[in-house]
Design a protein around this ligand. Sequence first.
Ligand code: URA
Length: 255
Amino acid sequence: MTKIPKEKIIRLLKDQKEIFNDDLFEPKQQFVKPGKKDYPDLQSKAKKIGVKEPSQKEVQLFESEQETWETSNSLDELNKLICNCTKCGLHKNRNKFVFGSGNPNADVMVIGEGPGAEEDAQGLPFVGRAGKLLTDILKAIKFERDEVFIANIIKCRPPGNRTPLPDEMDTCIPYLKKQIELIQPKLILCLGLTAAKGLLKQKESLTKLRGKVYEYEGISTMVTFHPAALLRNPNWKRDCWEDVKKFRKLYDEIS
Ligand code: URA
């Protein structure tokens, strides 16, 4: 039998008390926080009053509630703690939470807007048509896709691929910021206006923002076109090429 930590039993008993009031407790007996030696008594008491042992899933959920994602020390840990997020309405329609993928020690982070249908199905960023173009753009400036880390402003697909709402962005961006803190890239490339607005808090148009170097928490950051926009308007590819060449030059200078 799995040994249940006393905190979990206390929590379960408290939950039961909240729902069912005192009925489940022995009359006149006050619930007292036990010392270590009282623990076996608690377990038998839990059985006596009909509190079921928590399932593995309940124990995991309880543990994850106790840990806070803000203090995660690795991307894997962070992913584990946030992948069941329900903080905004987007979770209701998601198939997969799209954490991001790539090299956890990447020098370069690429940030898009949010998952589309293919990303939502696979749980990976930029795996659709726009993703293929992104892979080609990165190759053109001599970065392999798995050498960089690719993430998005929001982690769950908005219905019909609409632009994320400001409150959805505000809710999700802290996760991205934590990813950046853990990865500590040397350079960031924002793809499209949503990424630029979200990370850099810029309000200008993409035409004004692209091609320049900004700072995010001391990390040099550039903005260029979103690959999906390039698929719709191939005429913009020339300007994008100029931006990413500059990005590569900047990378070579600081490396
Ligand atoms: N567009 C994005 O912004 N992100 C993805 O992951 C896929 C498409």
